[in-house]
Design a protein around this ligand. Structure first.
Ligand code: ADP
Ligand code: ADP
Length: 233
């Protein structure tokens, strides 16, 4: 049983003769948390674009959840290095945003709003943002904005969470605190996670399996099961 299924995937950007990622073959089990580590420019973001259907491979096949990927996927949540909250919306309304956009929530968003607000507040509480729902992004610290971004990525209960250096800009203390928050959420809900990071400690703390990418061309050169005890065990 596999969730993410890359087979011999290559991608060369239009304006480039060289492949950004080369010969990527990778399968994950449903509910697996994987990390991809490698130096800057090795192709991690390119891998993410392929896994979300934002880019089509030049060669090879990609299936997610048993379906061939033919365009941007709707059942994913994403968080990036910089929190990308909309400044004119409160924390709560930022977290609710995916429900206003994504099927099937979109059509009944107004009617179901009270129910969604309740869930958003519960999620905010889980990440330690109790009492900040009505604040605007500029009233929150960087770490708090990042917590809110993670809530937004999860509110529509995506099957897959994609994290591109989500803790990179945080101080060491906040970063490790958020690792625990994420690990607890994942232990409880078991969504599929792809985490891209250049922090090996982060990968070792969070992921079931760690893939190492080499620089130019971006290839997976190692796959290691995490030797540390996993929360699911
Ligand atoms: P990482 O996320 O690991 O830093 P990227 O996936 O962004 O790496 O980049 C991998 C390689 O592909 C780099 O050599 C980068 O310059 C190149 N690249 C990334 N995006 C584009 C693009 N849109 N067009 C052309 N080349 C790109
Ligand atoms: P990241 O590693 O997060 O992709 P970068 O600073 O490498 O950040 O790239 C920022 C943006 O520029 C990305 O969206 C990427 O697609 C694009 N990009 C990166 N390298 C190139 C390149 N050589 N040619 C064209 N676009 C690129």
């Amino acid at each position: 049983d596999t969730f993410v299924d890359f087979r011999e995937v290559f991608l060369a950007y239009d304006n480039s003769s060289e492949c950004a990622v080369e010969d990527i073959t990778l399968q994950t089990q449903p509910g697996e948390f994987i990390a991809i580590v490698g130096p800057s420019g090795c192709g991690k973001s390119t891998f993410m674009k392929l896994a979300t259907g934002l880019k089509a491979p030049t060669r090879g096949t990609i299936h997610i959840g048993g379906e061939p990927v033919t365009g941007p996927l709707k059942f994913v949540g994403m968080a990036f290095q910089a929190p990308t909250l909309l400044p004119w919306r409160t924390t709560l309304d930022n977290v609710l945003l995916p429900l206003e956009i994504v099927e099937p929530y979109r059509n009944t968003f107004r009617k179901d709003r009270p129910k969604h607000v309740e869930r958003a507040l519960a999620l905010l509480k889980t990440v330690g943002l109790d009492g900040y729902a009505d604040k605007y992004p500029w009233e929150l610290s960087g770490g708090m904005q990042q917590r809110a971004s993670i809530c937004r990525a999860l509110i529509h209960e995506p099957k897959m969470l994609l994290l591109d250096e989500p803790f990179g800009a945080l101080d060491a203390f906040t970063r490790e605190e958020l690792w625990c928050v994420l690990r607890d959420l994942w232990t409880e809900r078991r969504f599929n996670v792809i985490l891209v990071t250049h922090d090996l400690r982060e990968a070792a703390f969070l992921a079931d399996t760690i893939y190492v990418m080499s620089k130019r061309p971006g290839r997976i050169v190692a796959r290691r099961a995490n030797p540390l005890p996993r929360p699911r065990d």
